[in-house]
Ligand binder design. Structure first.
Ligand code: OGA
Ligand code: MN
Length: 290
């Protein structure tokens, strides 16, 4: 069957039909998928039936799979919930024997870029849906090339060459990371410093790189000035015209380019099970030129 590539929205995202990710990909298929990925930024594959090995093999075609952050509690579970491979982590609200088997619970996740508080944020992430609620828990993606292009030139000039701190304190679901305190002064928050305008190494296009709004800070500015400028930038960025929202079905796989999109998640009924397996690709090429 030939590959079919259908855009999911005018903003970004494409559904790929005719590819079974439980099988190795041939070179021609892989090239077609990479081309589609750099054009549409997020790829959706439906009705997949994957092992963790399949998920890791698929992700590895697009870069180098990173080891998942350790989840000590879940890794001790003996009833089949622990991932089979160290590259796979669980995103879930499911609790077994009083232990949360995964991350992010059932609450809303604010707009974010995965791992951007690190010096080399992940190039990409993939999520595979094993169990999903009937309603809620939708995941939205935002095209950061379009967000960049929408900024007035005067605003681009004000942020050109500037860096921002990507605060490490909170998860996207609002949880405090182990061993960290909420910053009282955002200019001293722990986390990586990244240019606000970045160049994608594959497409050569400029994109906005914001990470997340909470505790962000533009280096070298008064905090009040930084807050006002960040609010102005975010005002242009969170525009429905740049967004595609995905409603999950069991068997869906999403692969997103973590450099050129931000994502967020709706909350869902905590009494309903949602179970995803996730991989992420190492940030290997510095994706900015200054
Ligand atoms: C993630 C993430 C959103 C979701 O795994 O990085 O943001 O829909 N997940 O669970
Ligand atoms: Mn995320």
């Amino acid at each position: 069957m030939a590959i079919d590539i259908t855009p999911c929205s005018p903003a970004l995202g494409a559904e790929i039909r005719g590819v079974d990710l439980s099988q190795p990909l041939d070179d021609g298929t892989l090239q077609a998928l990479k081309d589609a990925w750099f054009e549409h930024l997020v790829l959706l594959f439906r009705d997949q039936d994957l092992t963790d090995h399949d998920l890791v093999r698929f992700s590895g075609y697009f870069g180098t799979c990173d080891k998942a952050p350790p989840n000590e509690a879940a890794n001790k579970l003996s009833d089949g919930y622990s991932p089979d491979l160290p590259e796979v982590t669980i995103i879930s609200n499911v609790v077994v024997d009083g232990v949360e088997i995964g991350s992010l619970g059932a609450s809303e996740c604010a707009w974010h870029t995965d791992m951007s508080y690190n010096p080399e944020p992940a190039d990409a992430s993939a999520l595979y849906a094993l169990e999903v609620p009937e309603a809620g828990g939708d995941t939205a993606f935002l095209n950061m090339y379009k967000a960049h292009d929408a900024l007035p030139d005067s605003l681009k000039e004000r942020i050109g060459g500037r860096k921002a701190i990507h605060d490490a304190t909170f998860t996207s679901a609002g949880g405090l990371r182990k061993g960290l305190e909420p910053p009282t002064d955002v200019s001293k928050a722990p986390g990586a410093h990244h240019p606000i305008l970045r160049t994608h190494p594959e497409t050569g296009k400029t994109m906005l790189f914001l990470g997340r709004r909470t505790n962000a800070y533009i280096v070298g500015m008064d905090v009040a000035e930084s807050e006002a400028l960040l609010d102005e930038i975010w005002g242009y960025t969170t525009n429905d015209d740049f967004v595609w929202t995905h409603q999950w079905r069991k068997g869906d796989v999403l692969l997103w380019d973590n450099r050129s999109v931000m994502h967020r998640r709706d909350d869902f009924d905590p009494s309903v099970r949602r179970l995803m397996h996730r991989t992420q690709l190492k940030g290997e090429v510095p994706f900015y030129t200054g």
